[in-house]
Design a protein around this ligand. Structure first.
Ligand code: EPZ
Length: 421
């Protein structure tokens, strides 16, 4: 298994190009199931999660053609062969459950394995099921699979979500485009990836209003057509690389970065003593002084502080001046990076969903282990600031969400390399 070795202490300088969003691509790709016409996605990220989604869609009979080294994906579901999403694939990636809504909408049936839990939490699908049942689907859980049918197709309905679930909003939004009548999603998730999906569906001929707000209204249509859509910039990769110069010192420009994607995150950076400047190409980031300041962070649904940047922020606060309190309100077990950071000399106390971080002068390099995607990148970032060498193992977690991280960081001066063992 590969590891990544980081040697800390070198200030960073230069530009990092931010890729298309993993969490947008993972809902845009299944949208191809809604039409027999081709869907072309540009600015697609090159990640193992995209390869997993490709394999899942191909197992259903979807044709997927990658071009320009994976940056362009052409998908076509004119020759479907199956409506069953197999456990072997779904267990590897929860986002596989995003085929449920589109399959039900166009094929009136779907058999989708429950994803099972993952490192950060149980991650049930009750909100997805309740919402689709409100639209006339009959869904039964058998042998770990959701068996869903919609005789005569889905019907438009009022769909209140008990929690603004990103995936449930995406499944319902896609399903509603072909339902008979009007669907109103209440308490919808407002993440930029939802807005991006709505823009793509509208290009395909869907009638949607209100994306980005808590109420989305969809007027069902008989069919959707071909479209070409650019995947929105990845706000989590953006936030991750914006933090790199805060750890290591220096200044980095994140090309493609947009303030509207990281509003609440930038507010916290400002409070921590970090300058973020808009440039013609993106966002330039620089620490105001030798040490960042402690800040409190609570993760919320968008536009609040993103849970997917919590681990990276915690790692940065390990060497900030003062004590920070981080509250994780989205997932029940998303502090697994804490014990690894403690191995590097961090002072962190975890009580349930609250972590208290007391800043130390400097972390020390150590062998550490990645446990989930965002935890693994927080350890790489910590290594940029630590004294000596940090070896991060199990980096297959990392490759799910960050394309060529060692190349992007080396290009701005970091001492980082991937070693095969
Ligand atoms: C999406 O996951 C993202 N993944 C996650 O990013 C992200 O952390 C999450 O949204 C929150 O922003 C993709 O977009 C592929 P949710 P999703 O449904 O849709 C509970 C990353 O690192 N819940 O908003 O699964 C759930 O257990 C990944 O890129 C239910 O209880 O998130 C969780 O506690 C990690 N029942 C909370 O809601 C349901 O039916 C948020 O889940 C659905 C969700």
């Amino acid at each position: 298994m590969d590891s990544i070795v980081v040697t800390g202490g070198t200030p960073l300088k230069g530009q990092i190009a931010i890729a298309g969003a993993k969490n947008a691509a993972l809902t845009l790709m299944p949208a191809t199931l809604l039409s027999e016409e081709p869907l072309t996605l540009t600015n697609a990220p090159r990640l193992s999660d995209i390869a997993t989604m490709t394999a899942l869609l191909q197992s259903l009979g979807v044709e997927v053609t990658s071009m320009q080294d994976g940056k362009v994906q052409v998908l076509s579901s004119h020759a479907m062969t199956s409506t069953t999403a197999d456990y072997e694939i779904v267990r590897k990636m929860r986002a596989s459950n995003l085929v449920l809504g589109p399959l039900l909408a166009r094929h009136h049936q779907a058999v989708v394995s429950l994803p099972g839990g993952c490192a950060i939490g149980a991650r049930p699908m009750d909100i997805h099921v309740t919402a689709l049942e409100a639209m006339g689907a009959e869904i039964e859980l058998k042998d770990g699979y959701l068996h869903a049918t919609a005789k005569g197709g889905l019907k438009g309905a009022k769909v209140p979500l008990r929690f603004a679930s990103v995936g449930a909003t995406e499944n319902v939004l896609m399903a509603a485009t072909l339902a008979k009548g009007t669907t109103v999603i209440e308490n919808a998730a407002r993440e930029p990836e939802i807005v991006d999906l709505a823009h793509c569906l509208r290009r395909m001929g869907a009638q949607i209003e209100g994306e980005g707000t808590s109420t989305i209204t969809i007027q069902g249509v008989d069919r959707l057509g071909a479209a070409t859509h650019p995947v929105v910039t990845d706000r989590i990769e953006l936030g991750t690389y914006m933090l790199a110069p805060v750890f290591a010192g220096g200044e980095v420009e994140c090309l493609g970065g947009r303030l509207d994607l990281v509003g609440s995150f930038v507010e916290k950076l400002d409070a921590a003593g970090v300058d973020v400047t808009e440039t013609a190409g993106g966002l330039k980031v620089k620490r105001r002084s030798e040490r960042a300041k402690a800040v409190d962070v609570t993760t919320e649904v968008f536009p609040g502080f993103p849970t997917d940047l919590q681990a990276q922020m915690m790692a940065m606060l390990c060497t900030a001046d003062g004590t920070s309190v981080l509250e994780e309100k989205i997932f029940e077990n998303r502090f697994m990076h804490a014990p690894e950071l403690i191995r590097m000399g961090a002072d962190i106390e975890v009580q349930g969903g609250v972590a208290t971080v007391t800043g130390v002068k400097r972390l020390k390099g150590a062998p550490v282990m990645a446990t989930d995607l965002r935890a693994s990148v927080s350890l790489i970032l910590a290594g940029l600031a630590a004294e000596g060498e940090t070896t991060v193992s199990r980096i297959y977690h990392l490759d799910r969400g960050y394309e060529h991280i060692e190349e992007k960081l080396s290009a701005v001066g970091a001492k980082i390399e991937r070693v095969s063992s």
